[in-house]
Ligand binder design. Sequence first.
Ligand code: LLP
Length: 415
Amino acid sequence: MTSFALKNGRLHAEGVALADIAERFGTPCYVYSRTALEAALDEFLDQLKGCDALVCYAVKANSNLGILNLFARRGAGFDIVSGGELQRALAAGADPQKIVFSGVGKTAAEMEQALAAGILCFNVESAPELERLNEVAGSVGKKAPISLRVNPNVDAKTHPYISTGLKENKFGVAYEDALALYRRAAALPHIEVAGIDSHIGSQLLDPAPFAEALDKILQLVDQLAADGIHLHHIDLGGGLGIRYSDEESAPSVKSYLGPLLAKLAGRKLKIVLEPGRRLVGNAGLLLTKVEYLKPGEVKNFAIVDAAMNDLARPALYDAWHDIVPVAPRAGEAKSWEIVGPVCESGDFLGHGRPLALAPGDLLAIMSAGAYGMAMSSNYNTRPRAAEVLVDGDTAHLVRAREAVESLYALERTLP
Ligand code: LLP
């Protein structure tokens, strides 16, 4: 990763020293690199050159307007899962014709909102959702373009919390039920069958399950065609993993897409992709300061000013994030528990990290661009961190640190 590198013994984001960002904007602070964000999107666009394809960035991974806007400017579309994400994407300059709407719980109001915006496609996840969408579209005098999200029952071999393509998951329509539901959709007056969709899980480091899922989906596409139901696009979902530690290696976009594109060659299907993590994960880090060192008999604790409310992934999934000093110091490394100030034993960012530390040191929690800020909370009445987007030698504040007053501004005491 060249966007975050040591220069003269100090860690930089592109041309800006992280220590300068900490001084100017405070900590904890999310720092993103424009170059890394654009390079990640370009890795997809390069592979898709010459194809009728659309990359719909999964907004849930990181919904900052500054990031959405950079992707929109480069022609990306967006995969949204709520009316809120729709509003955000539009505010960031998204083209509604490049938006797909996923999610198992779309409300009637969200459907109306998306129909009014004129989105590309609703990824419908159940029979009752299809019926509701037909009614809502009828009530506003529109036809709703749909894909069914089909659950191919493929094991993504990833963390159970982020695996979505198995029968036991709540997502999508069972493979065996898809044909009948497509027939129903084709018969509904306010539904227009546009495509087919599947998403099998997240952080996949082995591309094989994607190919397995596609084979099953293509069988269905052929059965549908034999039934007179012709599709315009195929949405392959997201899920391509990133490298979080040196022990992992993530497949290139080429080795992920190559086999899929080969299977799709000769078919007149527009390709839609929904990558989230892969576009933003390694383009961001969480900058934090060591408040106290608390060496102990059994464990040594380094208490930093970022916590599980800022980055939930370690507490929630036992996820690994590299933790590196912003200005590595000489001296003997000790094994540290990197923990936050939140009152929970699960509030940790890393276990047993060998580091030479002193109070006041800055640390970078790496690969925090995806599902970092987007999953943060105000637990313990902690204002959410600032977000900074670095573009060359310039650091732009793309979200100000929250003010404590704003955290209780909507609350009232009894008369
Ligand atoms: N499309 C759909 C329908 C999804 O449900 C997801 C992610 C994506 C696309 C994007 O997947 P990605 O390319 O980012 O893997 N919070 C978890 C990850 C949850 C993923 C949920 N769905 C984490 O921090 O690992």
